[in-house]
Structure formats: structure tokens, C-alpha cells
Write a protein that binds this ligand. Structure first.
Ligand code: MRU
Length: 352
């Protein structure tokens, strides 16, 4: 892959605003290919198959998806067709709350404009989806500033999965302080877990940080304990897919293992989270629906021949829940939130 990632948007509207353009992340780092989405089915499949992935990017793509569905609707019953497109896109993945959050925002704009001309509704949806896109960029930029204040020059930072620019419109969440620190000469050493089974760490995080010139070292998922024990890691920063009201956090499978290790070695464990990922309607981690994916991702994918016996039982949850007690703080666009999370999230939202 020769092209610089910075030349491409993870997810954006085309120039004529009639299609969504995304980087097909299933092909990275082998191939850098943009794909165009114009139908609700294409949007649904791109999210489900992880061509576009990462909670904030999924939210932005879904918002554009609702707009595009309305724009291209041929139904006589425009409004109910719009609602059914929104419900369909909303069901493409279960865990990342940004998906539901973004679709619900779009539906509420549609409902507010229900009695207007079809063209006006479409325009209102375009403007709301562009707002969600712009807000994502601004949130990540602020997360970068707030996160950088917690770090020190020369720190070793571990991250898991990809909460990078490929998971958002720009900068990423967990990676935003890393990019900013890099710009400001902090000389961070970033360690990145490969993140089985879909290798978002190796294929995406390692790729984007390496291309941006950061000092990045790739690890298999069972190696971070060795580094933590020898003092090479000063902080862990991960992203998240849904934060419950008590602070329990769903993120890529393996995150809770990293958090447990970090607690053992007294290393701060930070979760970078736009406030759109905090779901105050979900009381605790046990209430978060965890996506389970195909066994093939564990047994066959990435291998020339299967690496497990035919018919073996496979457990393949895409996410796990990290208990809030293991989390040092949440880095949000509105500031850093420390325990007790249940109370401090309420104050955070009251600030609005
Ligand atoms: O299955 P994925 O690749 O969508 O999982 C992504 C993650 O778990 C990310 O850490 C999370 O969505 C945060 S992205 C800023």
C-alpha cells in the first residue's frame, strides 16, 4: 500500500452528496480501496462485514446511511420507508451504541420535520448527518488534548484493537493523544496488541500509526503482561463501544484482560470515549448486548488451511466488558471523568 492514509477519509459523503465513501477496512493493510455506498443494503452490509467499523465511524456511516436512504427513496409512503430504512441500518450490529445514537438522532430530526415537503426532510437529514460528522472530528480533537494532559514525554502506551483514525472520521479516540503528542515531540513508544481474531490492532492501528511516523511495536495478544511486568508500559488507552451508566465498558474482546493486568501492575487504564458512547439507559455491563461472530474468524480466516479440527466448538464474542473498578478514568471531549463514574457521568451530562 503506497497511498498515505491521510489522503483518504474513513467515511465521508461524496462530492455530489449522493453516496457515502468509505475505506474498505477488510482489505487493509494489503490494499487501500475506497468503496461507494448508495443503498441501505450496502450501508447495512458495510457495517455488518466491518468494511467500516469502530463505534464513532459506524455512527457517522449510519447517519449518512439514513440520509442516503431518504434521498434515494422511491416509495410512495416516503416517511414510513424512511423509518424502516433507519430501523434496518440500526440493526446492523448490536454493541456499539453510537450506531443507535446516530440513527435515533436522524429519526428525531425526520420526525420534527414530518409535515414538511419531502425535499425539506431530506435536506434536514443531510444537515444533521453532516453535523454528526463534524462533531466527531471535534470530539476526537478534544479527547486528544484531554488525554495528552495525562501522559508524559517518553511514555510507553499500550492500546488494544483500533480506536484510531480508521475508527472515527479523523484522529481516533485512543490514538488522538498519541497523534497530538507525536506532533508536539513527546516521543511516545506505542505498543499495539494484534487483537485476535480480526487483527484490528495489527492491520489497522499498527498501519495507521506507523504511516504517521510514530514509534509503534506490534504484540500478540498474550504479550503485554511481559512488558507491563518489566515497566515498559506507563499507560493503557483503549476506545470503547458502549459505556454503561455505572462505568462498565464494552470494548473489543481482550480489553478486560488488559485492564486486569494493568491493575495488577498499577498502570493507569484509560478509556477514551466520546460522550455519545456513554449510554445512561444501560445500567451495567450485564445489560450490554455482546455481538457473537462466525467461528470461521477463529479457525480459518488468515490461514491457508484451517488451524482447528472440523466441527470444533468455538466461542467468538466480538467484545467483552471491563468492570468499572478496573478503569482509572474516561477521557471524553468534555473532560476526564474519574470514579465514582455513576455520579460523575450524571454531572458530566448536566453540564450540557
Ligand atoms: O469490531 P470493531 O472493529 O468495530 O471493534 C472496534 C472496537 O472495539 C473499538 O475499540 C471501539 O469501537 C472504539 S473505536 C473509537
Amino acid at each position: 500500500m503506497t497511498s498515505k492514509l491521510d489522503n483518504f477519509d474513513t467515511v465521508a459523503l461524496s462530492e455530489d452528496k449522493r453516496a457515502i465513501q468509505i475505506i474498505d477496512q477488510t482489505l487493509l493493510p494489503r490494499e487501500m480501496k475506497m468503496i461507494s455506498l448508495t443503498t441501505r443494503e450496502e450501508v447495512y452490509n458495510a457495517i455488518k462485514k466491518l468494511s467500516v467499523r469502530g463505534a464513532p465511524a459506524i455512527g457517522v456511516c449510519a447517519a449518512f446511511g439514513v440520509y442516503i436512504s431518504a434521498l434515494h427513496s422511491t416509495s410512495d409512503d416516503f416517511f414510513s420507508d424512511l423509518l424502516s430504512a433507519a430501523a434496518y441500518i440500526r440493526s446492523s450490529r448490536p454493541t456499539a451504541v453510537n450506531l443507535m445514537w446516530a440513527v435515533d438522532r436522524m429519526v428525531s430530526v425526520a420526525e420534527k420535520n414530518k409535515d414538511r415537503l419531502r425535499e425539506d426532510i431530506v435536506n434536514a437529514l443531510l444537515s444533521e448527518s453532516e453535523k454528526i460528522y463534524d462533531e466527531d472530528i471535534e470530539c476526537c480533537r478534544r479527547i486528544g488534548e484531554n488525554g495528552l494532559a495525562l501522559l508524559h514525554e517518553g511514555d510507553g502506551i499500550l492500546t488494544h484493537c483500533n480506536a484510531g483514525r480508521l475508527a472515527t472520521v479523523k484522529y481516533g479516540t485512543a490514538t488522538a493523544p498519541m497523534y497530538l503528542g507525536h506532533e508536539r515531540g513527546y516521543n511516545f513508544r506505542v505498543y499495539c496488541d494484534e487483537t485476535r481474531p480480526l487483527l484490528q490492532g495489527a492491520r489497522l492501528t499498527a498501519t495507521e500509526l506507523h504511516m504517521a511516523g510514530l514509534d509503534v511495536t506490534l504484540l500478540c495478544d498474550n504479550m503485554s503482561g511481559a512488558l507491563m511486568r518489566t515497566g515498559k508500559i506507563n499507560a493503557v488507552i483503549v476506545g470503547c463501544d458502549r459505556v454503561a451508566a455505572n462505568g462498565d465498558t464494552a470494548n473489543k474482546i481482550g480489553t478486560s484482560m488488559v485492564a486486569t493486568l494493568a491493575a495488577r501492575y498499577g498502570i493507569p487504564f484509560y478509556v477514551a470515549a466520546p460522550t455519545s458512547t456513554i449510554d445512561m439507559s444501560t445500567p451495567g455491563g450485564e445489560d450490554i448486548k455482546i455481538e457473537e461472530r462466525d467461528a470461521d474468524e477463529v479457525t480459518r480466516m488468515w490461514y491457508e488451511s484451517p488451524m482447528a479440527p472440523d466441527g470444533i466448538k468455538v466461542f467468538n464474542p466480538a467484545f467483552d466488558v471491563t468492570d468499572h473498578e478496573l478503569i482509572t478514568a474516561f477521557i471524553t471531549e468534555k473532560g476526564v471523568v474519574y470514579p465514582p463514574f455513576a455520579d460523575n457521568f450524571i454531572s458530566l451530562f448536566e453540564k450540557e
